[in-house]
Design a protein around this ligand. Structure first.
Ligand code: AMP
Length: 205
């Protein structure tokens, strides 16, 4: 079993997660973290809730932020307000020892004015539900041309909920990212791989 240090996680982040009781990486973290810390790598991870996926994408995302440059550098899309708040809270905990890193959750059903004010002040990471983000983009306060990394958490859920068009409109504004339908093709291929492995294991037993 590898340590977070061996996976390449920075000292500031390690200090925060150690205080949260994370001793060793969970399997999805061990697989995904070194890969996402590399240059421009894409990952489709199929992981159940409770397996540590937030840290798997969250730790590399935080580590790659250039804090001195206060523009949106990472975008996390997710289907619900609850998940949005949970991810933003987890990321805030992981970045406790990174001074001045700004993470903003934006979601529907709450005052857009305070979200607009926060965006105008400057943020590094936006965690958003698709509908509210589109609204903020139309008002020209959420600008995505400086985004380097995009995470779609529970992507299948977002597509099932009918967010495909919104997601495509969002990704349209992000440099160099794949569209939702292409993403789903990737996912299907990977699902095939997962099933294939499962079958293989079954045969061996
Ligand atoms: P998640 O799948 O991201 O919702 O994470 C499930 C739970 O596991 C959360 O309470 C995390 O704080 C916790 N967790 C994530 N990674 C680790 C780890 N490496 N060691 C211990 N707990 C963890």
């Amino acid at each position: 079993m590898k340590t977070f240090e061996e996976l390449g996680v920075s000292a500031e982040i390690r200090q925060a997660i150690e205080e949260m009781g994370y001793e060793y990486p969970m399997p999805v973290q061990e697989e995904v973290i070194p890969y996402l810390l590399g240059n421009r790598n894409d990952v489709v991870a199929l992981a159940q809730t409770g397996t540590g996926k937030t840290a798997a994408f969250g730790l590399p995302l935080i580590q790659k932020i250039d804090v001195k440059n206060c523009v949106p550098q990472a975008l996390i899309l997710c289907p619900t307000r609850e998940l949005c708040l949970q991810i933003a809270g987890d990321l805030t905990d992981y970045s406790k020892y990174i001074t001045n890193l700004k993470i903003l959750p934006v979601y529907g059903g709450s005052s857009i004015d305070s979200q607009i004010r926060s965006l105008k002040k400057g943020v590094h990471i936006i965690v958003a539900t698709p509908g509210r983000l589109i609204d903020l983009m139309e008002r020209k306060v959420a600008r995505l041309e400086t985004i380097q990394d995009v995470v779609m958490d529970e992507a299948d859920e977002m597509l099932n909920m009918g967010f495909t068009e919104s997601i495509n409109a969002i990704l349209e504004q992000v440099p160099e990212v794949i569209k939702a339908h292409e993403f789903m093709e990737h996912r299907i291929v990977h699902k095939g791989v997962v099933n294939h492995h499962k079958k293989g294991q079954h045969k061996e037993n």
